[in-house]
Design a protein around this ligand. Sequence first.
Ligand SMILES: C[S@@+](CC[C@H](N)C(=O)[O-])C[C@H]1O[C@@H](n2cnc3c(N)ncnc32)[C@H](O)[C@@H]1O
Length: 226
Amino acid sequence: MSTVLQTADGSHTLYVPEIDESYHSTNGAMQESMHIFINAALRQHPQPHLSVFEIGFGTGLNAYLSLLEAEKTGRRISYTAIEKFPIAMDVAVSLNYEQHVSRYGYMPEKGIFKQLHGAAWDVKTDITPHFALRKIQADLLTFQMGENAFDIIYFDAFSPAKQPEMWSETIFNRIFAACKPNAILTTYCAKGAVRRALQQAGFQVERLQGPAGKREILRAVKPARH
Ligand SMILES: C[S@@+](CC[C@H](N)C(=O)[O-])C[C@H]1O[C@@H](n2cnc3c(N)ncnc32)[C@H](O)[C@@H]1O
């Protein structure tokens, strides 16, 4: 049973006592998501219309920031997120993300965050004019992601120490096949074994400076030709 925690930038995360792990960095959930997924991935892709795949919908924070970014910039995002263990609606509505996004220049329309959680599973739902969401309740380990479908991958699984099976070469091979040429994957984990597994799958991988409290993160790009 997870509990809500306040992180250093004031935004919430969830803590899972059974595995002693939180959904985000305790140094600041929102600053971490902005740094790794919005700045290092979404904003780096030149296409005006993007197809995003998130591993671990969880609190919905990455989906919410992506929606706000789409509305702010006028880019269109088709967002797919897989989640094996959805959180309860009462937990979702207790999260304080709407109160913290204005510092990133976003103007939240009240109730949108709840709509992300209330959207039906396994169907595509238009949440705003620029943002469509398809949440998939499934296990990444057995899910067939398809081929040549995504421009951006937010790889936000629990850590390799807690869930090594999520970070395997088999999974990264499947993700690579599901990526379009020039697709960008980012993740908070900069371990050598993860970098090598991504390279083995075919990605070009670089280390980037991490958000507050973290030295490095990884960004992987699928080459235009491979
Ligand atoms: C580190 S949390 C991050 C969640 C989310 N990105 C967020 O910002 O709140 C990892 C997420 O992966 C989900 N997860 C764990 N195992 C999974 C699996 N086998 N398939 C799909 N999702 C899984 C967890 O339930 C959790 O929501």
